[in-house]
Design a protein around this ligand. Structure first.
Ligand SMILES: [Zn+2]
Length: 326
């Protein structure tokens, strides 16, 4: 059996797994950032994992990384990322130097788009967009069967689409009215607190709205709490629907695949609102909108997919790293 290593460098978790040639995860670990994390922490975790699984399984066919952006693909680094505890990560250089293998690196959501495409959808379609709604919001697009990358690897920083130009909600990047600044997992709780500040909540009800996690707000929503209903519908789901429609209008995909814990944990709620409202914002033919097939593993599977079948542009960068860092 051919085995690959896929790495999903997120803002909250670093997931690393061994994946077979069909997209099945054989083994996986999930790290959080240690307190003393620095720009080499992630590459060190990847190097030790690779050595560990080479001992355990024998030959590994390739290594792919899907990472939070923004990226500088020329150097193989993450530069000034807004939501993770460490802002800059040096990835390609230490890995190539230590393991002496090619490194295939793209944005995490771009990798996920590639994984969904080559393992699931390719037989039937040529245009696919993947959107993650998690700690951050990101996307990846395949247009006419080509994976789009951009000049530095940042072709779809879709989380920073302005979905509310009157916006009072500020994004982690500093911008106003950005989709990610409104609806991402890292903002939902603080935005809810801000929202509730403008409501007259009776004192005896105040404890009900002391919220620490996004899931608690969705729980209130399911209990038909009027404030949670208004916040989730009018702030979170409306901005997500506008964002998804904007992405559809730009790329004209046959399918939009949605992943990320915020959306997938509440997919019934997201799916219903989007289905009921997206036509208001669309100019292109309505795409199918589905949840990822790979759940929490989508980033790992997508990263491994880069090594299973390497897109031309990704291969070019991996060759550049070999020349520069080996
Ligand atoms: Zn932003």
């Amino acid at each position: 059996m051919e085995l690959y290593v896929g790495v999903d460098v997120g803002a909250t978790y670093i997931r690393i797994g061994v994946v077979d040639g069909k997209g099945e995860v054989i083994y996986r670990v999930k790290h959080t950032y240690p307190l003393n994390a620095n720009e080499y922490t992630v590459s060190s975790l990847i190097i030790s994992f690779y050595k560990e699984v080479t001992n355990k399984y024998g030959k590994i066919q390739g290594l792919g990384i899907g990472a939070i952006g923004p990226l500088d693909l020329g150097s193989g680094n993450i530069v000034n990322t807004p939501n993770a505890p460490v802002k800059n990560h040096i990835l390609a250089k230490p890995i190539v130097n230590s393991l002496k293998i090619p490194v295939y690196l793209v944005n995490d959501a771009v990798a996920s788009a590639w994984g969904e495409y080559i393992f699931f959808y390719r037989k039937n379609i040529e245009n696919l967009v993947y959107i993650t709604i998690s700690s951050g919001i990101g996307g990846g697009a395949i247009v006419d069967s080509n994976l789009l990358i951009g000049k530095d690897g940042n072709a779809h920083e879709i989380g920073h689409i302005v979905v509310d130009y009157t916006g009072q909600y500020r994004c982690g990047c500093g911008g106003l009215g950005h989709w990610e600044g409104i609806a991402s997992g890292s903002r939902i709780v603080s935005n809810f607190n801000r929202f509730i500040h403008g409501k007259k909540v009776p004192k005896q009800m105040a404890d009900r709205y002391k919220i620490k996690m996004p899931e608690e707000i969705f729980k209130l929503y399911r209990e038909n709490d009027p404030i949670a209903l208004e916040f989730i519908d009018n702030v979170i789901l409306r901005s997500c629907t506008a964002g998804i429609a904007s992405v559809a209008n730009v790329y004209d995909p046959e399918i939009i695949v949605v992943g990320g814990s915020v959306a997938t944990s509440n997919w019934d709620i997201f799916k219903k609102y989007i289905d009921d409202n997206i036509d208001k914002y669309l100019i292109v033919g309505r795409p199918k909108i589905e949840k990822t097939h790979f759940g929490d593993n989508v980033g790992v599977v997508g990263a491994a997919a880069l090594a299973v079948e390497t897109p031309v542009k990704v291969k070019k960068y991996s060759e550049l790293y070999m020349r520069r860092y080996l």
